[in-house]
Structure formats: structure tokens, C-alpha cells
Design a protein around this ligand. Structure first.
Ligand SMILES: Nc1nc2c(ncn2[C@@H]2O[C@H](COP(=O)(O)OP(=O)(O)OP(=O)(O)O)[C@@H](O)[C@H]2O)c(=O)[nH]1
Ligand SMILES: [Mg+2]
Length: 353
């Protein structure tokens, strides 16, 4: 990519991130594209080798001539003063290709939240001809879950020897993975880690890794009692044994990302999953759910806009504070607060006369 084009891409990304002037027009065009870039989310504990894997995977796809964008979500808190970008982007194998674009993004400060920004960014990157977008997040919280909403395929990376099966389930990562991989298989304990994850998955899945055809006749559904929201989302994504004719059981692969071992197989698994999701209509179903959520968020923002304009968004904390005190004292409920604000203080025409 020429530097002029890199600047145009960077400017477009900032416009979306900040919802700056031109943002709506850009999205109007981007959302009309017939086909978007495929989105691969990569998450896992700090130091698991995510960036090393991103480097190897981008090289793999870039070699095939694809144009790829990488967004590294920076988990930095406001206290640390922003990203240490050099640390988070590794370009060893992918350095020779000029069809790869890297960018670091803050996990905070997005007007509509990270899911909104990430989805819009995928649209805009598609406008610039990218066929794949890889999003790297540190497997430590909300950012992963939010980014996962946007991803066509979520890859959860772990390493041997940290009891990661347990760690991952604590962080809620077991429920978002479409594919799991144990990296650093050159270290002792990789097979154990693989078995731990397979065992953790066993409660929710039956059948063999990958696409399971005729799942309804093969097995009966596991009895899970009442299904948690996480599991329900998982079944929407992967199908459920006993109910759906086809199911996806997340494979648990092993890797040595630093040596480029297992990367081709992983890339193939990603494409198999994405292809299966599209063929079975699951991917389209998720896009529709996402569009609904996006419309509702945009709608609430528009409905709130007159109040925001009148009261001034910066005054909201002060306006709401007395209600927080009352709720803290056990003297009001949040919905009472919202209703009262809606009917009184915040109604247009009641401020600063
Ligand atoms: N032994 C071994 N080391 C690896 C492998 N892959 C990556 N590493 C090393 O692990 C360290 C962390 O790698 P990164 O790719 O930066 O890990 P990360 O998950 O992106 O880290 P954060 O972004 O900081 O969470 C580096 O020193 C890598 O060289 C592997 O397959 N085997
Ligand atoms: Mg990294």
C-alpha cells in the first residue's frame, strides 16, 4: 500500500472511532457493500502468543494475495497513558508483505461502545478492499466479549501449564470460542492443556470436532436443565445436538506459532467454520441480531439527543447524582430515577431558562 492510501485508511478509521464529520456518509456507503471482510477474533491470556500467531496467519493469507487488516485492541487503562504499540505488534513473517495493514485501537472511549466501533470499522475496512480483518484482544474481560460479537470466527488461544482451561472458563472465554488452540506446544504440558479444554467443552457439546452432520439422529441432546444465556448464545452459533441437523464442535488444536507449526491447519479450520456458518445460515442470523442491536442503540441515542442537547451531556453526572444518592440509601429504584428525569428535569425546555 502506498503511503497516501495508508493515510486515507488511518483517517477513515479515526473518523469512525470519533464519529467525526463524514462518519454517517462513510457508513452509508460501507453498509451497502455486497460483501464484507471476514472477521477473525483472536483472544487469550497475556503472552499466549496471540501477536505471534497473528503475524504467522497474516503471512499465510497475504501469501495467497489477500488484503488483510489487523486491529490490536489495546487493553491499557486511562492510568497507563495509552498503548505501548511496539510491544503489541509483531511483524516477523508478515513484514515482507505490503497487503497487510496494522493498527492499534484503544479499548476505551468509543462513543457507542467497542462492539459498535469494531463493526463499523469492519465495514469501512471492507470499503478499502480488505478481505479479512483480524482483531486481537487480551483475554481479560469485556473487550473480548464485545469484539466477539463482531467476529465471524473467534479463536481462543491458551498455553500449557497455567491451568488455562480453568482460567478461560473463568474469563467467560469457553463460551465464545469457535476454535481453541494450545500455543507453545514446544513446551511441556501441551497435551494436558488440550485435554483440559476438551473436557471443559464436553459439558456443552457432543460429537467430534468440526462439522457434525445428522447430529439429530446420531445422539440425543445432553440434559442441561435450564440453559444459561451464554450457552443459549453458543447453541445459536454452533447448533445443538438432538435439535439441529448440523452442529459445530470447536476443535482444540495445538500450535507452535513461533515456528509456524500448525498455522496452516488453524487457518483452514477458521475458513471451514466461516464457510459452515454461512452455509447453514447461522452467520446471517447473527448479522441480523447484530443489526437489530445496532438499530436500537442508534435509536436510543437519537431519542436521547434532544435531552442531551438541552441539558448538555457534560452535565449528566451532576443531574443524575442526587438519584444515585437516593438509590444508594435504598430510597429509590433506577427506573424511578429514569422516569422522573425523563418527565421532569431532563424534559426539553426545563433547563437553564
Ligand atoms: N516457546 C514458544 N514461545 C512462543 C511461541 N509463540 C510465541 N512465543 C513467545 O511468547 C511471547 C509472547 O508472545 P506474543 O505473541 O507477544 O503474545 P501475546 O499473546 O500477543 O501477548 P500480549 O499481546 O502482550 O497479551 C514472545 O516472547 C514470543 O516469542 C511458541 O509457539 N513457543
Ligand atoms: Mg499481543
Amino acid at each position: 500500500m502506498q503511503s497516501a492510501e495508508l493515510r486515507r485508511i488511518a483517517r477513515a478509521i479515526s473518523t469512525v472511532e470519533n464519529r467525526a464529520v463524514g462518519y454517517e456518509d462513510m457508513l452509508a456507503e460501507a453498509y451497502r457493500l455486497p460483501d464484507w471482510a471476514r472477521v477473525i477474533g483472536i483472544t487469550g491470556p497475556p503472552g499466549a502468543g496471540k501477536s505471534t500467531l497473528v503475524d504467522a496467519m497474516t503471512a499465510h493469507w497475504a501469501q495467497a494475495g489477500e488484503r488483510i487488516a489487523v486491529l490490536a485492541i489495546d487493553p491499557s487503562s486511562p492510568y497507563s497513558g495509552g498503548a505501548v504499540l511496539g510491544d503489541r505488534i509483531r511483524r516477523n513473517r508478515s513484514a515482507g508483505y505490503d497487503n497487510i495493514y496494522f493498527r492499534s485501537l484503544s479499548s476505551r472511549g468509543h462513543v457507542g461502545g467497542l462492539t459498535e466501533t469494531a463493526t463499523d470499522l469492519v465495514a469501512v475496512l471492507s470499503l478499502f478492499g480488505f478481505r479479512r480483518v483480524i482483531i486481537e484482544t487480551v483475554g481479560a474481560g469485556q473487550a473480548d466479549i464485545e469484539v466477539h460479537e463482531t467476529a465471524d470466527c473467534t479463536l481462543v488461544l491458551t498455553v500449557p501449564g497455567l491451568g488455562d482451561g480453568v482460567q478461560a472458563s473463568k474469563a467467560g472465554l469457553m463460551e465464545i470460542g469457535d476454535i481453541f488452540a494450545v500455543n507453545k506446544a514446544d513446551m511441556p504440558g501441551a497435551a494436558d492443556a488440550q485435554r483440559t479444554i476438551e473436557a471443559a467443552l464436553g459439558a456443552a457439546y457432543m460429537g467430534n470436532p468440526g462439522i457434525n452432520l445428522r447430529a439429530d439422529t446420531a445422539r440425543t441432546a445432553p440434559s442441561l436443565g435450564s440453559v444459561s444465556p451464554g450457552l443459549a448464545a453458543l447453541y445459536r452459533r454452533h447448533g445443538k445436538f438432538g435439535e439441529d441437523a448440523q452442529c459445530w464442535v470447536p476443535p482444540v488444536l495445538t500450535l507452535v506459532a513461533a515456528e509456524n507449526q500448525g498455522v496452516t491447519e488453524l487457518a483452514q479450520a477458521v475458513d471451514t467454520f466461516i464457510g459452515w456458518s454461512q452455509q447453514t445460515g447461522r452467520s446471517q442470523g447473527r448479522s441480523r441480531e447484530r443489526a437489530y442491536a445496532q438499530i436500537m442503540r442508534a435509536l436510543s441515542a437519537l431519542l436521547l439527543a434532544p435531552y442531551t442537547r438541552e441539558a448538555g451531556a457534560e452535565n449528566f453526572p451532576a443531574i443524575v447524582a442526587p438519584w444515585i444518592d437516593r438509590i444508594a440509601k435504598g430510597d429509590a429504584s433506577p427506573i424511578e430515577a429514569a422516569r422522573s428525569l425523563f418527565n421532569g428535569t431532563l424534559a426539553p425546555g426545563t433547563q437553564r431558562r
